[in-house]
Design a protein around this ligand. Structure first.
Ligand code: SF4
Length: 379
């Protein structure tokens, strides 16, 4: 079961290390110059960072923003970054698909990926001439770790007539073996397009078994899958949804499609992180809960001050490895550069390009809610 405490704004759990010494150890102090550069930024994070903490955070923010100019760098910040990163140093913000599109188009020389390793690899695949840095090389992902390129080669040997779609939450090695990638914003579109292209009624969608089941509920294409799961989203279940409804009458429950199908059955709406953010902005529900990684609520709440958020505490330990401190360190020393063998990169890019070549969806996909869970076959 997921942790259903209502952490409230400013939850201390995902808050990065705030010790004054973290900035001071790097020779950064909260002086008049830093005040002038950062005072106007505080209101963007005032429900997350206390006034007492701000003098420890502001020097790092100012230094990172200066370094970005010096090194001609941008920070791509995923929706699951803590608000200090997301709102104060992120130049482009969004879900995997939005960040991948930005990576392909940025003009700066250096990309700092404020996200996990497969996202940094995706940036490098799409922008090989750029220097791509990951602030902490240990920032992995349970989905990406669940499958290897060798696994996909075996799947292809066994099912040569079926296209293999990989969710973008995989390594470059896996993408290199697959026919096309997808994200939670476009998974149904991708599955249906590749089935048509291959003239088949069956598509293999790896590695997220829950995304695969949720996609299968929305298409006539037969889906086969792999037993991978996101360690954050797989913890939610239908009982959590009932408990939330009991504890917060009238709450609108939004779920990410990496959650198991019984969660989507019980939820009010489901979609990618971009879709969830759009829903809150467009519908302005009185009270809402996002069944996804917890920093997403902090980031969406900051943009929707009239909406009350119930905030279950479900943090991704991999995303939380990225901090202001290690963004500063990697930019200062230009360290933790992501490298991919050219042969792998080119084949992985073909899978990403196949996805990018599909007509761009005007809005991210809405997943069906209220439907009985559907079982799918595993490869
Ligand atoms: S939230 Fe889940 S899918 Fe996203 S990086 Fe963490 S483990 Fe991977």
């Amino acid at each position: 079961m997921a942790r259903l405490i209502d952490a409230g704004p400013g939850c201390p759990t995902p808050t990065p290390h705030r010790a004054q010494s973290a900035a001071e150890a790097r020779g950064l102090v909260y002086d008049d110059a830093v005040r002038a550069e950062t005072d106007h930024l505080y209101e963007l994070v005032d429900d997350f960072i206390t006034p007492m903490e701000w003098p420890a955070v502001a020097p790092l923010v100012a230094a990172i923003n200066r370094l970005k100019k010096e090194k001609n760098a941008v920070v791509l910040a995923h929706n699951y970054m803590t608000p200090d990163i997301f709102r104060l140093v992120g130049d482009f913000r969004g879900d995997s698909l939005q960040l991948a599109r930005e990576a392909a188009n940025v003009s700066e020389d250096v990309i700092v990926q404020a996200g996990v390793h497969f996202m940094a690899e995706t940036s490098k695949i799409l922008a090989p001439e750029k220097t791509v840095l990951i602030p902490d090389t240990r920032a992995g992902c349970s989905l990406a770790a669940s499958i290897t390129g060798a696994d996909v080669r075996l799947i292809k040997e066994k099912y040569p007539d079926y296209p293999v779609v990989t969710y973008v939450n995989t390594s470059a090695d896996v993408k290199a073996e697959c026919d096309i990638t997808c994200t939670s914003s476009n998974a149904v579109q991708v599955v249906e397009a590749v089935a048509k292209e291959w003239n088949t009624d069956t598509v293999i969608l790896v590695p997220d078994q829950y995304l695969a089941k949720n996609v299968a509920a929305m298409t006539d294409i037969r889906i086969m899958t792999w037993p991978g799961a996101c360690e954050v989203h797989e913890l939610f279940n239908a009982d959590d949804v009932s408990q939330l409804r009991d504890a917060h009458p009238g709450v609108v429950i939004l779920a990410h499609p990496e959650c198991p199908p019984d969660v989507l059955e019980a939820a009010d709406y489901a979609g990618s992180t971009a879709a969830l953010a759009n829903y809150v902005k467009d519908k302005s529900p009185n009270k809402v809960v996002l069944l996804t990684e917890c920093s997403m609520s902090d980031n969406v709440a900051a943009e929707n001050p009239g909406v009350n958020f119930v905030r279950p505490c479900n943090l991704c330990p991999h995303m939380k490895r990225i901090t202001l401190e290690n963004i500063y360190d990697c930019l200062t020393d230009m360290k933790h550069e992501v490298e991919i063998e050219e042969d792998v990169r080119v084949r992985a890019k073909a899978a990403l390009d196949a996805m990018m070549a599909l007509p761009k969806m005007e809005t991210p996909l809405d997943f069906e809610v209220g439907m009985a869970p559907l079982d799918v076959e595993y490869v």
